[in-house]
Design a protein around this ligand. Structure first.
Ligand code: FES
Length: 153
C-alpha cells in the first residue's frame, strides 16, 4: 500500500514527524513538574557542586564569613540566600530566588550567581542580571558580620 493513499498530501512518515514535534514542544515549554515545583532545583541545594555552604544556616547566622570566597560566594539553600564577597571583607547577600521563574539559584561561577533552570546569571556585586532571561536583579538581603558569622540584619 502506498502511504499517499491514506491521506492525500500527508505520508505516514510526515504524519509521524508532526506527531513527534507535538510531543516535544510541551516538554520543552514546561518549567516545573506536576506539583508545580521548579525543575532542576536540588531541594537541599547541596549536591550540585559549586561553592555552596558546607552546613545549614541557623539562628546564630547564615554562614561562617571564612567560608565565603573572595570574588565569589556561597549559596545557602536552606536560608534561600546567596552570600557574596566581591572584595576582601565586603560581604553582601541576595535572595536565592531567581527573578525569572522562581527556581533557587544553584551554582556559583566565579563572580556570577547562576540559576540553572534557564541559565540566568547575576552579578555578585549588585545582584544585577548579567545574562539569561531574568527580568530583574536579585533582591538584596540585609546582613552583617558578627564574631566571624554572617548574620541577617
Ligand atoms: S527560573 Fe528561569 S532562569 Fe531562573
Amino acid at each position: 500500500m502506498d502511504d499517499r493513499t491514506e491521506t492525500p498530501g500527508l505520508t505516514r512518515r510526515r504524519a509521524l514527524g508532526v506527531a513527534g514535534i507535538g510531543i516535544a514542544v510541551p516538554a520543552l515549554a514546561a518549567c516545573g513538574d506536576d506539583n508545580g515545583d521548579p525543575v532542576g532545583v536540588d531541594p537541599d541545594g547541596l549536591s550540585q557542586g559549586g561553592n555552596q555552604a558546607p552546613g545549614p544556616g541557623s539562628a546564630d547566622g547564615i554562614v561562617d564569613a571564612a567560608d565565603v570566597p573572595v570574588g565569589s560566594g556561597v549559596i545557602v539553600a536552606e536560608e534561600r540566600v546567596v552570600v557574596t564577597q566581591p572584595t576582601a571583607g565586603d560581604f553582601r547577600a541576595w535572595s536565592a530566588v531567581c527573578t525569572h521563574d522562581g527556581c533557587l539559584v544553584s551554582r556559583m561561577d566565579g563572580a556570577e550567581i547562576v540559576c540553572t533552570c534557564h541559565f540566568s546569571r547575576y552579578s555578585i556585586t549588585d545582584g544585577s542580571v548579567v545574562g539569561g532571561p531574568a527580568p530583574a536583579p536579585l533582591d538584596e538581603v540585609s546582613i552583617s558580620v558578627e564574631d566571624g558569622r554572617v548574620v541577617r540584619g
